[in-house]
Write a protein that binds this ligand. Sequence first.
Ligand code: CA
Length: 234
Amino acid sequence: MNPKPAVLLIEDEENIRSFISTTIKNHGYKIISASSGIEGLHLCASLCPDVVLLDLGLPDIDGIEVIKRIREWSPVPIIVISARTHEQEKAKALDFGADDYITKPFGTVELMARIRTSLRHGKQIGGTAMQSQPPYHHKELTIDYDKHLVTLSGEMIHLTQIEYKLLTLLSQSSGKVLTYSFIMEKIWGPYVDNNNQILRVNMANIRRKIEKNPATPEHVFTEIGIGYRMAECE
Ligand code: CA
């Protein structure tokens, strides 16, 4: 039997800590919790959790600092717990190496979905040889990476090379938010102008081609002020 995945929770507010701990335990995971950044870093190093849930507002060191220190030696998935209004802070956390974020207040279903996605991506990072990737499926949309083929209800969708690269990038991290700056750098390289206009234009074109109603997308979601998230592969 596989050991239970362990989640390290770094959160100073006691009621949130106890809510999250109980939820995670009830879903069959092991929970380790810390109430400060330094304690969290020690537990992370000594117990090697499978996922870290990190509150950014901690009493001793800044959450961003915790991310930077963990990233010096560990690729463990980090999910940031943040307040609704702190878009810039969330984007910064992602750019410093956090994998995802969850916004307070959140429910059990959302929390567990984020943890599952992070565990899956964590395994991919740790896995061996890159094999040919299975196709992405969500509702009527399919992306076959081997054939470079995107279909909607079986009909082939014509995408430009940039549009295909964008959709591939998002779908290969499906369920996870990717920041504007991360996407810009991956697609257009490190010297691209940091104006997101070119990205928005391309995303609008993709949506026109793959969404039934581009105003209420079903496949690629905008995380305002942060980036895009593609619906999780089914
Ligand atoms: Ca806090």
